[in-house]
Design a protein around this ligand. Structure first.
Ligand code: CP
Length: 307
């Protein structure tokens, strides 16, 4: 394998070749989850710690299953009942857990930079499972994997990411990932929640949903992140849904063969009409399935060959 790094903090600092190595490795791991015995010994003897300071359904479960399918031991650290509540810092917490001889931390935190701060203070691998509005690299990797699997390529595709781009770590990681692999990325939403630096990252900004949908190969929907909005950027969810939600009328304008994606959790009836999420061209649950293979690949490449 030619991708051996201590940590995975974001896609911004990965090369196209490194991203492709992870995706190729994930292809070989995908089949394991359809076996009757879903386990291989690749990470036997390794210990992976889930350190989630924010809620999660998909990412936390998926990392745990990925590690277990590679035969690693998994510890899900309970933040609420830990000494963090007595004032212990996240660095002290990580260093104390590391003193028990673990190999990898999977970190989710509401503050951008928290996984990197931990990574600088431990010798174990650190994988970012979503930090504030910064990055969510394994979400973008599983999205790249899902698009490649369904549409056969990434280069040259039009990917339209619609929603709260300003507060979305998923959007940021996806902009880095899709542009590095040669796709044209559009970001779309109301002006207050579209960051100007999206263009510097390589995306094209549009405030017009019709332009975003036109000829898009992938319509990637995001929810409005109320928990990260410090100000009231929008007058109402109803208004957002009216101007930017995918309803029947907009669905009809999507080109034949295009797919709909969403990282979850979805706000049904806001960014997407509920039954559209279940149609044939929706990849939403496939994204979740592929999350296991991609996270197995990331764990394997990160700690599989470390002494
Ligand atoms: N997509 C995603 O990160 O979902 P969770 O918050 O449930 O992990």
């Amino acid at each position: 394998m030619n991708w051996i790094k201590k940590d995975l903090i974001g896609l911004e600092n990965l090369t196209k070749e490194e991203i492709e190595t992870i995706l190729k490795t994930a292809v070989s791991f995908k089949e394991i989850s359809s076996r009757q015995v879903k386990k291989v010994p690749a990470l036997r003897g390794k210990t992976v710690v889930n350190l989630f300071f924010e809620p999660s359904t998909r990412t936390k479960t998926s990392f745990e299953l990925a590690a277990k399918r590679l035969s690693a031991d998994v510890l899900s650290f309970e933040v609420a009942s830990s000494s963090i509540s007595k004032g212990e810092t996240i660095v002290d917490t990580a260093q104390n857990i590391e003193a028990m001889k673990v190999d990898c931390f999977i970190v989710r935190h509401s503050v951008a930079g928290a996984p990197e701060l931990i990574s600088r203070n431990v010798s174990s691998a650190v994988i970012n499972a979503g930090d504030g509005c910064h990055e969510h690299p394994t979400q973008a990797l599983l999205d790249l994997f899902t698009v490649k699997e369904n549409l056969g390529k990434i280069k040259g595709l039009k990917i339209s990411i619609v929603g709260d781009i300003l507060h979305s770590r998923v959007a940021r990681s996806n902009i880095w990932g899709f542009t590095k692999l040669g796709a044209k990325v559009f970001v779309c939403g109301p002006p207050p929640i579209i960051p100007a630096d999206a263009e510097k990252m390589g995306a094209k900004i549009t405030y017009d949903i019709e332009e975003a949908i036109k000829d898009a190969d992938v319509i990637y929907l995001l929810r409005l992140q109320k928990e990260r909005q410090k100000e009231n950027f929008l007058s109402s969810l109803k208004e957002y849904s009216y101007f930017y939600g995918i309803d029947e009328n907009r669905y009809k304008k999507i080109k034949k063969g295009a797919v709909i994606m969403h990282p979850g959790p979805m706000n049904r009836g806001v960014e997407i009409k509920s039954d559209i999420a279940e149609r044939e061209n929706s990849l939403i649950l496939e994204q979740v399935t592929n999350g296991i293979a991609v996270r197995m690949a990331v764990l394997y490449l990160t700690i599989g060959s470390r002494k």
